[in-house]
Design a protein around this ligand. Structure first.
Ligand code: DUC
Ligand code: ZN
Ligand code: ZN
Ligand code: ZN
Length: 469
């Protein structure tokens, strides 16, 4: 048969079904699916699920910050961590610094990634400076080169776009068929609440959660939706934290608008209470991310949305900062106010285990939904399907072998990221990845990365969301 490798005796799981079958791999692609296959090499997958490799469509690696803090993962450690956690592709961001050409920005991130990637990668652009040159020339050219998605921010002093700029970017995105991801939090409302809290001496990390109120997220979500409706362009609302912004997304969908939505592990596994730390102390900084985790009601809403299709995507929003040492969350200014605590938490390695354990093992979502949210939908929405995100003849042999029975806690000591803590320390997880294969080659086993970096950069097609309707 000329197969290089057979994954034998496992249960193949896709977004549509589950069935017992062997998978035959040749030249890094899936060449056969069937019974009794033989090849030069063989992996026994009996008792295991065989999933399309995880695609984490929202990770931050090696991004500079404006305040001297340092991201804890570059492309080497970030993609090692991703591989160990069952992922074969990650989509990090290429962050445009104001004044920088978008092309120069992309080339800089290619240099950072080159030779370091254990998974495949593909960059989303972050547009912070939508000059006529960027909108008229650079963005269209980059979309044609396979950078078919971009992110815009509605908050942060050095990233925020005003409404006029958002509309300008949406217009170009419509014309070029680029998918826009929106960070929807209202900048002025957050700044107002921050000042009030600081005036009252409420400066502990806990108050980050109050400053980044869900109302501000809801308002910005609706504003983004309205602007997208004016321009008639699809958007993705990323890192949706709770019930209020979800209602805006459902409102839009009920009117036939193409508003896609992403949520993240922190909104099902953490709450605002975690930001209290031990006793309103700096320990709470371990959980500071934006939007912040909410309450039990929002968590229930998120689960409902994961089930009913409100959410297309479940991504990590991996944005790691160490909790100790130079460049970490714990810096002198951060001790004076929550507003200086860098926003972000690690999660690329724990995303799949958390959703599997809390979702599939606890009976909240089906295996098919798990695969759709973590691999197939991100591939479809971001122009990687069917090369990625599927188990089908001709697809890349990106596979994750999963043991649904093993139970052990999440533990920082066994993670591969560059961060010095996990916000999920001690969380009991049932169901772990045991082997990750990228184009037929093993890149991780039993939670440990293996071998040299073999990942490459993927030029992406136009998002499927532009194809129909
Ligand atoms: N937005 C993100 O997408 N990640 C981390 C912080 C933020 O504001
Ligand atoms: Zn964001
Ligand atoms: Zn993010
Ligand atoms: Zn531990």
């Amino acid at each position: 048969s000329g197969l290089d490798l057979v994954i034998a005796g496992g249960t193949v799981v896709t977004a549509a079904d589950s069935y017992a079958a062997d998978i035959g791999i040749r030249d890094g692609r899936i060449a056969q699916i069937g019974e009794g296959l033989t090849g030069a090499d063989r992996i026994d997958a009996s008792g295991l699920l065989v999933l399309p490799g995880g695609i984490d469509a929202h990770v931050h690696l090696d991004q500079p910050t404006s305040d001297g803090t340092v991201m804890a993962d570059g492309f080497a450690s970030g993609t090692r961590s991703a591989a160990a956690g069952g992922n074969t592709t990650v989509l990090p961001f290429a962050l445009q610094i104001k004044g920088q050409s978008l092309r120069a920005c992309v080339e800089e991130y290619h240099r950072k990634a080159a030779g370091n990637c254990h998974t495949d990668v593909s960059f989303h652009l972050i547009v912070t400076d939508p000059t006529p040159q960027v909108l008229g020339q650079e963005l269209p050219a980059l979309v044609r080169d396979g950078y078919t998605s971009l992110k815009v921010f509605m908050t942060y002093d050095d990233l925020v776009l005003n409404d006029a700029q958002l509309l300008d970017v949406f217009e170009v995105a419509r014309r070029e068929r680029a998918l826009v991801m929106v960070h929807a939090e209202g900048h002025d409302a957050i700044k107002h609440l921050t000042r009030r809290l600081e005036d009252q001496g409420r400066t502990a990390p806990y108050y980050h959660g109050q400053a980044h109120a869900q109302i501000a997220e809801r308002e910005a979500t609706h504003r983004a939706i309205s602007h997208a409706q004016l321009i008639d362009v699809p958007i993705v609302i990323v890192h949706v934290s709770g019930r209020d912004p979800m209602e805006q997304i459902q409102w839009a969908r009920a009117r036939g608008l193409k508003v896609h939505a992403e949520t993240c592990p922190q909104y099902i596994a953490l709450t605002a209470e975690d930001l209290r730390g031990l006793n309103m102390d700096f320990e709470g900084a371990k959980y500071v991310c934006s939007p912040p985790p909410r309450d039990a009601d929002s968590e229930a809403a998120i689960w409902q949305g994961l089930r009913d299709g409100t959410f297309d995507l479940f991504s990590s929003d991996h944005c790691p900062f160490r909790i100790e040492g130079p460049g970490s969350k714990d810096n002198p200014r951060a001790r004076t106010s929550f507003k200086w605590v860098p926003n972000g938490i690690p999660g690329v390695e724990t995303r799949l285990p958390i959703l599997f354990s809390e979702g599939v093992s606890k009976g909240r979502i089906s295996l098919q939904r798990f695969v759709a949210l973590t691999s197939t939908n991100p591939a479809r929405l971001y122009g990687l399907y069917p090369q990625k995100g599927s188990i089908a003849i001709g697809a890349d042999a990106d596979l994750t072998l999963w043991d649904p029975t093993v139970t052990r806690p999440i533990c920082q000591a066994s993670l591969n990221h560059g961060c010095d803590y996990t916000p999920y320390e001690g969380m009991e997880i049932t169901g772990w990845p045991v082997r990750t294969l990228l184009r037929g080659r093993t890149i991780a086993r039993d939670g440990a990365p293996t071998g040299q970096p073999q990942g490459g950069h993927l030029a992406r097609a136009i998002s499927e969301t532009f194809e129909n309707g």
